[in-house]
Design a protein around this ligand. Structure first.
Ligand SMILES: [Zn+2]
Length: 237
């Protein structure tokens, strides 16, 4: 009789924990499911100073150089640099553009590409849409989360035979990324941008195209990538 009681007790304890863990698991799953592409497409931009919600104007009082559309352009340029370096297996170049948490996985993946004689070809990267999800400022750094959609070629190829291992050389991909970026403060004073087409020095801030020759200017990038997640990806054209 005693034995049966103990057995029932053990079973009910196990049952409770089983239920408890399943419940916890379903909670995290729901929590994650909320933050899909649709969530990021509609959520209002959050601005924070020292973790407290503020307005964009208050951010600009702290950082007068901050302007949303130019910032998004700079982040796209940063992203394109990284993708190009990745595509060229330029591990060293990438190290300067990414945060510590990404360094190991990036290096590992590139090493494996090189060892297997492969290249992840990514080119013709054009922006489709970008959206600022959050921007936070504190005493030492700025951090932002950006939703970026691009169209580009993206496939894996064997270098020697040019055989395509994965992806397509005929169809471009439309990919939506959730990017986390940061930069250390204080910000270096912007000295202007040299147009690499006509050689003029452009001193007006937030200029995307050269006013003399209409060439797209390469911005000074002091942001690094600290997080990258693919939220959606499909073939186009
Ligand atoms: Zn120019």
């Amino acid at each position: 009789m005693k034995l049966v009681m103990i057995l029932i007790l053990i079973l009910s304890v196990l049952g409770f924990f089983g239920w408890f863990f399943c419940y916890q698991k379903s909670l995290t799953k729901q929590g994650q499911r909320k933050k899909d592409l649709r969530y990021y497409e509609s959520v209002p931009t959050r601005y924070m100073i020292d973790m407290n919600p503020v307005s964009l104007e208050e951010i600009q009082k702290k950082d007068p150089s901050f302007e949303v559309s130019y910032f998004l352009f700079v982040i796209f340029c940063m992203f394109r640099h990284i993708q190009q370096a990745w595509s060229n297996n330029q591990s060293e170049l990438i190290q300067h553009m990414i945060g510590d948490s990404l360094k190991e996985p990036y290096q590992k993946a590139l090493k494996s590409f090189i060892a297997q004689g492969q290249r992840n070809m990514i080119y013709d990267i054009t922006p489709v849409e970008s959206r600022l999800i959050s921007f936070s400022y504190d005493a030492t750094r700025e951090e932002a989360v950006v939703l970026l959609t691009v169209i580009c070629y993206d496939y894996l190829v064997a270098v020697s035979s040019q055989r395509v291992i994965a992806g397509s050389t005929e169809h471009k991909m439309m990919i939506t990324y959730l990017l986390t970026v940061e930069r250390k403060l204080p910000i270096k004073k912007e000295e202007g941008i040299l147009c690499d087409h006509c050689g003029q020095m452009i001193l007006t801030p937030h200029t995307i195209r050269c006013p003399y020759c209409n060439n797209e200017l390469v911005p000074n990038i002091d942001w690094i990538l600290t997080g990258k997640e693919i939220l959606a990806s499909r073939e186009v054209e």
